[in-house]
Design a protein around this ligand. Structure first.
Ligand code: PLP
Length: 368
């Protein structure tokens, strides 16, 4: 690849992605492990992620939109692909054309799909989504109870989604599991799916019961742990480095960045690096006097951000860095030292937002 002089360098470890899928698959061998690759595979790129997951053993993929289903179909021709956000009006033909399966979550969607099948003779498969306590997509429980025994076709999957599984002490998860099991009894013989990443990881400690026939982990595949404070053996998949644009010494008393939000209290060596909030490094990760922000890493040592994050730049305090930082060098924004969950916490958000917000300006390379 010719040198692009990009401000950020994103390295995506497809070997780690495959290892994370295998780890999650092994947690509950009786339940199939699918892969959720919506939002361009949580920012890492569907075209590379889906084949890597398929080589690891994944057969079933979930996306949010039909355009993403097309990307999976191109990358893994024999994949089973479900579209979580359902069936937009008039989209049946487009789904059938690539053999994508809509996840039907309301009566109108079910009727439209059934009418299409009847009119076209198409045998397209679809999932039915039942809402067991999230009040987002899906038939509400009373409706589902009534409708499931008399659906106009047999769905290929019955699914529901957990709202609180990232907080293991919450009682809602067991309530959702019980209600879902009850609704599944209304559609005997139809495979069932409930667990996301957190539901899959809960298995390790709670003994599970959330696996049913198929699990749908997303974020954990990409190395983020949705359950705070409960370590899981997930490998980091995404490494983001920022190029050093300038290194400068500033005296005690100098203020750094927009608004002069942070005043230096000692002579400080600053590395000004070429990524900013336009690259998905959330502005909430900046610092101000008395309120530290996130950190980058040099030689495995965290070096704090100084002042507000600009659109294209961040100032980093490298006074105590173990190696020399020079113009043209690189600092780690996200990687082995600055984990995705830690960076998210420092920015007041969750790993999901850090991963999916990763900008489009970076130079990308895939390794395995
Ligand atoms: C996004 C999503 C998942 C995957 O969730 P993670 O928390 O990323 O594992 C599973 N099921 C549905 C319905 C989703 O929307």
């Amino acid at each position: 690849m010719s040198e692009s002089f990009a401000g950020g360098r994103l390295t995506i470890d497809l070997g780690a992605l495959a290892a994370n899928w295998s780890f999650l698959a092994r947690l509950d061998p009786a339940s199939e492990c699918a892969a959720v690759v919506k939002a361009d595979a949580y920012g890492i790129g569907i075209a590379k992620a889906a084949p890597a997951l398929a080589r690891a053993g994944a057969k079933t993929f979930f996306v949010a939109h039909l355009s993403e289903a097309r990307a999976v179909r191109d990358a893994v021709p024999d994949a089973t692909v479900y579209v979580l956000n359902g069936l937009p009006p008039g989209a049946c033909d487009a789904f059938a054309a690539i053999d994508a399966r809509p996840v039907l979550g309301c009566v109108d969607e079910i009727l439209e799909w059934a009418a299409f099948r009847a009119a076209s003779g198409a045998r397209g498969q679809a999932a039915v989504h039942v809402d067991t306590g999230m009040t987002r997509l899906g038939l509400d429980p009373a409706q589902a109870h009534d409708l499931l025994p008399r659906l106009p076709f047999t769905p290929s999957l019955l699914m529901s989604h957990l709202a609180c599984a990232d907080e293991p002490e919450r009682p809602e998860t067991e309530r959702q599991r019980a209600l879902f099991a009850d609704l599944c009894a209304q559609a005997p013989g139809v495979p069932a799916s409930l667990a996301n990443s957190a539901g899959t990881l809960l298995r390790e400690t709670s003994g599970g019961g959330l696996g049913f026939h198929l699990r749908r982990p997303g974020v954990a595949l990409y190395g983020a742990n949705p359950i705070a404070g409960r370590p899981a053996a997930l490998r980091p998949v995404v490494r983001l480095e920022a190029r050093v644009a300038q290194v400068r010494e500033a005296p005690a008393g100098a203020v750094v960045g927009y608004g002069g939000a942070e005043r230096l209290h000692r002579r400080t060596r600053l590395a000004i690096v070429s990524v900013g909030y336009a690259d998905g490094v959330l502005r909430a990760g900046g610092s101000e006097d008395g309120a530290p922000g996130a950190a980058a890493a040099v030689g495995g040592v965290p070096c704090p951000y100084v002042g507000r994050i600009s659109m294209d730049l961040i100032a980093i305090d490298v006074t105590d860095a173990p190696e020399t930082v020079a113009r043209g060098g690189w600092v780690e924004i996200l990687g082995d030292t600055i984990g995705v969950d830690a960076l998210a916490r420092a920015c007041g958000t969750i790993g999901y937002e850090v991963l999916t917000g990763s900008g489009r300006r970076h130079e990308r390379r895939y390794v395995s």
